[in-house]
Design a protein around this ligand. Structure first.
Ligand code: S3P
Length: 449
């Protein structure tokens, strides 16, 4: 997929944002529902699937692997082939911008005795794959073409993998998930040991599809997650809750724009995903979870936010996995707070769709906000009197950088321009329309920047 012509956009000071709405389905759960459906016997029906480029690429990939995924009415339907039952695709699998789709699929392909070429866009082709490929190679995956750590590359799995116990060197749910998925195709038990809790949707959903997955604390305070190989997975009906990482932009906008009051309904509040909301509350934001309930094994709530006066806080490193995609937005919010906000333990931000640590600091500096990066710590010096704005932000093919800075501009003195918004379609195609519906004021930039 190529985004040849950038679509710049400016965001301008807006009147109070008001409304009650929902956002599209959770990206992590959407990828997993398609993949686990493909590995199941029978039919999986998914409602609320995120219909964004990243997830559509996963749907196309499972279809190419012989497990057709297609929309029927309001639902997505996957005709599964069972664990180890996928077939060799005719051409390369294109994952576009999606690290999650790529890395989870590597775990699946490891357990299949055929050769597949995996490709992606310029951003994805810069991201490290060794973190997934190295443990998978120990289990039996071969990389038959490509440099090894970056796409494009060609992999060849095998029908019976060797089980392993693996201590995660980085707190990554993608790495954890890839190994657990490979473990489905290994005789006996495969264990991942994680020191910091990362999102646990794979564990929850694999159990829901019929796999045996246990999570137990060890004597060092870590969690040992074990999957038993060669299970029979059966097709299920999955209802995908609204994505808390997408809702974060709307909630941040409500907190920043004076007079606002916004409620986002049915949002996933799994504790491995809610660090952003906890941090906003610690900064003094009026953010509440209303009507908390269970939806298909995951907790959801309506999240309500009102315009608030904020103060800086320290965000501890152990919270990072539960808000890893929300730091660009939090850093923008922090620029309106009294005092400094110190965000620690951000090493993983450097290997996202862009180097988000550098891109966030550069975007803020371009708009009159003082920042400091020391090692893996980002400090934002708040300017409660008002953030200047007026700058242009380089998005580096990163959807979350684009959305975070468009929200910043709704509250700055002069408009904030982002150099491209095309990539927003990878995770949240409805973003601009939903924000305008709440009262946000965006202006198209005719000239390419
Ligand atoms: C994801 C895990 C996170 C996150 C990504 C989605 C997932 O990546 O940044 O957007 O669905 O497992 P890492 O696991 O690499 O931190």
């Amino acid at each position: 997929m190529s985004h040849a012509s950038p679509k710049p956009l400016a965001s301008c000071k807006s009147p109070a944002l008001k409304g009650r709405l929902t956002v599209p389905g959770d990206k992590s759960i959407s990828h997993r529902a398609l993949l686990f459906g493909a590995l199941s016997l029978g039919t999986t029906r998914i409602s609320g699937l995120l219909e964004a480029e990243d997830v559509i690429n996963t749907a196309k990939s499972v279809t190419a692997l012989g497990a057709p995924a297609a929309k029927e009415g309001d639902e997505w339907v996957v005709k599964g082939r069972g664990v180890g039952g996928l077939k060799q695709p005719e051409g390369p699998l294109d994952f576009g911008n999606s690290g999650t789709g790529t890395r989870l699929m590597m775990g699946v392909l490891a357990g299949h005795d055929f050769t597949v070429e995996m490709v992606g866009d310029a951003s994805l082709s810069r991201r490290p794959m060794g973190r997934v490929l190295n443990p998978l190679k120990t289990m039996g995956l071969e990389v038959v073409a490509g440099e090894g750590d970056r796409l494009p590359l060609t992999v060849k799995g095998r029908a019976e993998l060797v089980p392993m116990t693996y201590e995660l060197p980085v707190p990554s749910a993608q790495v954890k998930s890839a190994i657990l998925l490979a473990g489905l195709h290994a005789e006996g038990e495969t264990t991942v040991v994680e020191a910091e809790a990362t999102r646990d949707h794979t564990e929850r959903m694999l159990r829901f599809f019929g796999a045996q997955v246990t999570a137990t604390p060890d004597d060092k305070g870590r969690t040992r997650i074990t999957v038993t190989g060669n299970p029979t997975l059966n097709g299920q009906t999955v209802r995908v809750p609204a994505d808390p990482s997408s809702a974060a932009f709307l909630i941040a906008a409500a907190v920043l724009v004076p007079g606002s009051d916004v409620t986002v309904e049915g949002v996933l509040i799994n504790p491995t995903r809610t660090g952003f909301y906890q941090t906003l509350r610690e900064m003094g934001a009026e953010v509440t979870f209303e009507n908390e309930r269970d939806q298909g094994g995951e907790p959801v709530a309506d999240i309500r936010a009102k315009a608030s006066t904020l103060h800086g806080v320290r965000v501890p490193p152990e919270r990072a996995p539960s808000m890893i995609d929300e730091y660009p937005m939090l850093a923008c919010v922090a620029s309106f707070a009294t005092g400094d906000t110190v965000m620690e333990g951000l090493a993983e931000l450097r290997v996202k769709e862009s180097d988000r640590l550098a891109a966030t600091a550069a975007g803020l500096e371009a708009n009159g906000v003082k920042t400091k990066i020391e090692g893996d710590t980002l400090t934002v010096h708040g300017t409660p009197g008002g953030v200047k704005g007026g700058g242009t932000v380089e998005t580096h093919l990163d959807h979350r950088i684009a959305m975070a800075f468009l929200i910043l501009g709704l509250a700055t003195e002069t408009p904030v321009t982002v150099d491209d918004t095309a990539m927003i379609a990878t995770s949240f195609p409805e973003f601009i329309g939903l924000m305008e519906g709440l009262g946000a004021n965006f202006k198209k930039q005719i000239e390419s920047i």
